[in-house]
Design a protein around this ligand. Structure first.
Ligand SMILES: [Zn+2]
Length: 218
């Protein structure tokens, strides 16, 4: 004790003792078996009928919001050709690259970036090759091109991270890679700015009529 006036000491000591007593009481309570603390259970405990089991569950009045997160479509591979204007060595002029390219060995799994429904799956010669387009509940869609194999069909509902195909080099491609696009209102946006982002989407109750489209909230 460095400097405490003599008159204050008894208070300090008393306070410390109170603290010890309170702490001891708390420990005792913690150590006591459940039900041992407090009044004994009422004598008429057994005569009270048990409440009937709850059968009705309250239903939310309207749509509730949840989040979806866009994840990378390839695990462990980086973008090696970004979104935007670029000039390929095999082309005379620069032009817009409307997606990102992620190089990976042929046969590498390609995963749905988020939950959704396959709106297109097919083959485009001289372009995307084997490709899949998935519509997501936030209104965006994602497209996966140059696949060596397509594992889904149009209309299939896919979960976030579900494998939908394999990396290949079909269509307009010089080597195995995934061409990955994200579209908002039908226009390609930079996927690098979407992957890792979360979006609020409305979950609708089963008894409500299906919407034309889920509201997009950014
Ligand atoms: Zn590309």
């Amino acid at each position: 004790m460095r400097f405490i006036p003599t008159a204050a000491r008894p208070y300090v000591v008393r306070f410390g003792q109170t603290g010890v007593v309170a702490a001891t009481a708390l420990l005792a309570m913690a150590a006591a078996p459940l039900g041992a603390v407090g009044a004994p259970p009422p004598a008429d405990d057994l005569s009270v009928p048990a409440p009937p089991p709850v059968t009705a569950v309250a239903r939310p009045a309207g749509p509730v919001t949840r989040k979806i997160v866009f994840e990378a479509p390839l695990k462990g591979y980086r973008i090696n050709s970004p979104f935007g204007l670029r000039k390929l060595s095999i082309e005379a002029k620069a032009r817009a690259h409307k997606g990102v390219d992620i190089a990976a060995p042929k046969g590498t799994g390609v995963y749905a970036t988020a939950e959704g429904q396959v709106v297109r799956a097919g083959y485009q010669a001289g372009g995307y090759g084997n490709f899949i387009e998935v519509k997501h509940p936030n209104g965006m869609s994602s497209l996966y091109g140059h696949l060596s194999r397509i594992d889904v069909h149009t209309g299939k509902v896919v979960a976030a991270g579900e494998r939908i195909g394999l990396v290949g080099s079909t269509g307009y491609s010089t080597g195995p890679h995934l061409h990955f696009e994200v579209r908002r209102d039908g226009i390609q946006v930079n996927p690098a700015k979407v992957v890792g982002q979360s979006f609020n989407v409305k979950t609708r109750m089963p008894d409500l009529p299906p919407p034309d489209h889920d509201e997009f909230v950014m």
